[in-house]
Design a protein around this ligand. Structure first.
Ligand SMILES: [Zn+2]
Length: 479
């Protein structure tokens, strides 16, 4: 199976992605349209993403909990814009235990409402604040057009929900979580992202302010890779989440929510992958290195296997996630292709000559062919491998950043803007008017991705209407 080539990215990016997901054994289609089976290799990647994020959440004082999958339908209806935003995507349970239910239940599309209900009971005084809870779960949104990892009916994610005494504290929390997502994307996933604010039309249903991180995929399109919402007092009013302040006055809380999902796996694939398959950033890769032995005779097999086991033991002791591929009946060439498809950052080859010289061959996944190969003495493997993994991590980031920079334009007029969003991002002045945003979307299919947190300053004129503008925004076609 792995000997068949993928379609090239240039020829058919979408089909390249679909086949890669299946052949790298990350995920599979499910009997229900739009659902996804996450295979063990994909789940191992997700577990590493989870651990990376969870560590950051806990370091900033958050704790995990679990809230129910089923939500009374009336809960969703309590917050007006929330119900308007989510109604078309709801899956509703009408029967249980063979009986029609008195009140239909919805399968959570997100948990603001049920958590708001609990917070109203748990929070009484300013001493109870802030409440900083996260949950790892899956949610269901009835999407019409689906694609593995990027958009599925059920997806896995984390959703953080916090309650605070003041607007300022809630805003600081919202921004802190945006920074955490940015730090994770850049440092662990080697994905350059633009942290920014969403325009009103792209906000989460029920939020006062939505922030996101936006990344450029290998075809120049944008992917929203994580979001953080300042919900103001909207949910606190709808669910009566109140506290007694220090002066004995009853106040509504200020709440936030923030999430990152299995969609992020799609970003890793589309940012780093090449025509041979997946390339995983070493910090998140389930296997950071794979050892493949090369032999012809039984004697050579015994010798290379002994050396390979020794190297594996050394690397495991050094904390490297390494796997030894001793599958019978597959040629080294087949195994090379197979692990290239699965994106293992480093391959370690050991043949009879290497055994004789007590060396190993290290082959980088991100640099195919001779250029990516180096030869090191077996006894230096525990220093050479971590050094090389760090170099791969760094080089993946730099390559992705160079690609993004090379495909981001600052168009001088609307004509240039239109051609810019055909190949990548356009960074343009925007007057703040949703009419301009809407016209741009209808005419070019590009949406306003975000107004970056770091604005270059100064002022200019709106790329669409020519009116004075004080903010610059990224526009792009998006997943
Ligand atoms: Zn305008």
């Amino acid at each position: 199976m792995s000997e068949l080539k993928l379609p090239s990215r240039a020829e058919d990016f979408s089909e390249w992605y679909n086949q890669l997901v299946l052949r790298a054994e990350l995920a599979d289609y499910a009997p229900v349209r739009g659902c996804m089976i996450v295979r063990p290799y994909g789940w191992a990647l997700w577990e590493n993403i989870q651990q990376s994020l969870d560590r950051r959440f806990k370091a900033t004082g958050h704790v995990n909990a679990a809230f129910p999958l089923l939500i009374p339908r009336s809960f969703i209806e309590k917050e007006k814009s929330h119900v308007a935003g989510f109604s078309p995507e709801l899956a509703v349970v009408t029967h249980g235990g063979g009986e029609k239910l008195e009140e239909p239940l919805v399968i959570r599309p997100t948990s603001e409402t049920i958590i708001g209900h609990a917070y109203a009971r748990w929070i009484q005084s300013y001493r109870d604040l802030p409440v900083l809870i996260n949950q790892w779960n899956s949610v269901v949104r009835w999407e019409m057009r689906t694609k593995l990892f990027l958009r599925t009916l059920e997806f896995f994610w984390q959703e953080g929900h916090t309650a605070h005494a003041t607007f300022e504290e809630a805003e600081a929390e919202t921004r802190q979580m945006l920074d955490i997502y940015t730090d994770f994307a850049v440092n662990d996933a080697a994905i350059p992202v633009i942290p920014g604010r969403k325009s009103a039309s792209e906000r989460f249903a029920g939020a006062d302010q939505t922030y996101s991180i936006e990344a450029m995929m290998g075809d120049g399109k944008a992917l929203q890779a994580g979001t953080s919402h300042n919900l103001g007092q909207n949910f606190a009013r709808a669910f009566d989440i109140r506290y007694l302040d220090k002066n004995g006055n009853l106040q509504h809380c200020w709440t936030t929510s923030w999430g990152m999902s299995t969609r992020f796996i799609g970003a890793i694939i589309m940012v780093h992958g090449d025509d041979q398959g997946l390339i995983l950033p070493p910090r998140l890769a389930p296997h950071q290195a794979v050892i493949v032995t090369i032999f012809k005779t039984a004697e050579e097999q015994a010798l290379t296997s002994e050396a390979a086991r020794k190297v594996r033991t050394q690397l495991l002791a050094a904390g490297i996630r390494v796997i030894l591929d001793e599958r019978e009946g597959f040629s080294p060439g087949f195994k090379f292709n197979d692990w290239e498809m699965r994106g293992v950052p480093l391959r370690i080859e050991i043949g009879p000559k290497d055994v004789a010289k007590q060396t190993v061959v290290l082959a980088r996944r991100d640099r195919p062919g001779r250029e990516g190969k180096s030869f090191v003495p077996q006894e230096q493997v525990t220093e050479a491998v971590p050094t090389l993994l760090d170099a791969i991590q760094k080089s993946l980031y730099e390559r992705a950043l160079a690609f993004r920079n090379g495909n981001t334009a600052e168009p001088g007029d609307y004509e240039e803007f239109k051609s810019a969003v055909e190949k990548g991002f356009a960074f343009s002045w925007w007057c703040g008017g949703s009419e301009c945003e809407q016209h741009i979307k209808e005419e070019t299919k590009a949406t306003l991705r975000c107004l970056p947190v770091e604005q270059p300053g100064g002022s200019g004129v709106c790329i669409y209407c020519g009116q004075p503008a004080s903010d610059r925004a990224y526009f792009a076609k998006a997943y």
